[in-house]
Design a protein around this ligand. Structure first.
Ligand SMILES: *Cc1c(COP(=O)(O)O)cnc(C)c1O
Length: 388
């Protein structure tokens, strides 16, 4: 017996120029990235504040490992819930103004577990059509009736809410969209949800650390009362520079998830040392606002320079700045030409993004210097003017 899908799917991906391969990197995340002894300026990292190599975050991880070992030894309900996990939960609740915080090994598993645990066949799940694969896939697999609304369309969302007025409804949007960098209109969405007695969840993988006066994310940025958003999902692998995720919610939902969320119950708890590093990263976000300020300055500079060079950007005010190119071939070709000139910018192709919307996804970080950005943009302007 053979699984033909393996051969066929690989063949098809190659024909469509969509076959993906990993490149093994030989350096830490930072301003530079190194492949095959070649150094590139790194415009492809989600380490927006450079915290993956911040000394106090690294020290916290090392000390955590000395005190608690390198592994937690069990799932949280068995024996893996340790003091650093507990302290991180308390810190998160205080920082974000929530009753409950629960830790997960990844944003992917947090999203999947939540959707599957919360929604039954009587419920309705409404998601922005550009939500992350972890949310979409769980929606398809859940028993709930699952509908997508047009990207950032409050009007289309309202139609869906009206059509399902008898059911429990959960609306999910991202705070900052991962491939476009634009932001959800959270104020009108939350108003609408309130009006229609629906729950709202915000996946803030790219908002936390970057947005809001205190770096608390999209809800703070939109000046919303936290309880207008019943579920706030944060990941620690992007601006926080570590890995893992949390779901912030009320005490009752937290208790429910501890009992019924299979991603939580049946997975080994993250190492306590990792929880120590995440705690330290949150303290950096709180006490060293210069990283967030530098990131914002870099974003402003990037947009201004691009405008001057006539490079068309999307409507993003965040660290994620896509350049839409349409065809996968063109996106790949320009990404490769940038590499030859010393810049690492990834080409994002379907199915990660909708067909015919292949793009370069430039991500900015606090560690970029203005000259890095202006040089990248002038090379890019030159490459984009060549017709290929
Ligand atoms: C990265 C990402 C996730 C997944 O988080 P991981 O911790 O990397 O698994 C979930 N949602 C969005 C919007 C993301 O960008």
């Amino acid at each position: 017996m053979a699984f033909e899908i393996v051969t066929q799917a690989i063949e098809q991906r190659k024909q469509q120029q969509l076959f993906r391969q990993r490149r093994c990197q030989f350096s830490a995340q930072g301003r530079w990235i190194e492949f095959d002894r070649q150094r590139y300026l790194n415009f492809s990292s989600n380490d927006y504040l450079g915290l993956s190599h911040h000394p106090s975050v690294i020290e916290a991880w090392i000390k955590g490992a000395r005190d608690f070992g390198v592994g937690s030894g069990g799932s949280p309900l068995v024996s893996g819930f340790q003091r650093p996990h507990y302290q991180l939960e308390l810190q998160l609740c205080e920082w974000q103004g929530r009753e409950g915080a629960l830790l997960f090994n990844s944003g992917f598993s947090a999203n999947q577990g939540l959707i599957k645990a919360l929604l039954t066949k009587h419920d309705v799940l409404l998601q922005d059509k550009l939500n992350h694969a972890s949310l979409m896939e769980a929606g398809v697999q859940s028993e709930a009736s699952f509908k997508r609304f047009k990207h950032n369309s409050v009007q289309h969302l309202e139609q869906h809410l009206v059509n399902a007025s008898n059911a429990n409804r959960l609306v999910i949007t991202e705070g900052v969209f991962s491939m476009d960098g634009d932001q959800a209109p959270l104020s009108p969405i939350s108003q609408l949800c309130k009006q229609h007695d629906s729950w709202l969840m915000v996946d803030d993988a790219h908002g936390v650390g970057c947005l809001g006066d205190q770096g608390r994310g999209s809800i703070e940025h939109a000046h919303l009362p936290v309880n207008d958003v019943q579920i706030h999902m944060l990941t620690f692998g992007k601006a926080l520079g570590v890995s893992g995720a949390t779901i912030l919610c009320n005490q009752e939902l937290k208790d429910y998830l501890v009992n019924f969320d299979k991603s939580y119950v049946y997975s080994t708890a993250m190492p306590a040392a990792q929880a120590c590093a995440i705690s330290a990263a949150i303290e950096v976000v709180k006490n060293e606002p210069q990283f967030q300020a530098q990131l914002l300055a870099n974003i402003t500079f990037f947009k201004k320079q691009a405008l001057e060079l006539g490079i068309t950007l999307g409507g993003s005010d965040t660290a994620i700045q896509p350049i839409l190119l349409g065809s996968s071939e063109r996106a790949l070709a320009i990404s490769q030409q940038l590499q030859q000139r010393g810049y690492w910018v990834s080409a994002i192709r379907p199915p990660t993004v909708p067909s015919n919307t292949a793009r370069l996804r430039i991500t900015l970080s606090s560690h970029h210097q203005q000259q890095d950005i202006s040089q990248l943009l002038s090379v890019l302007a030159e490459l984009l003017s060549n017709k290929i």
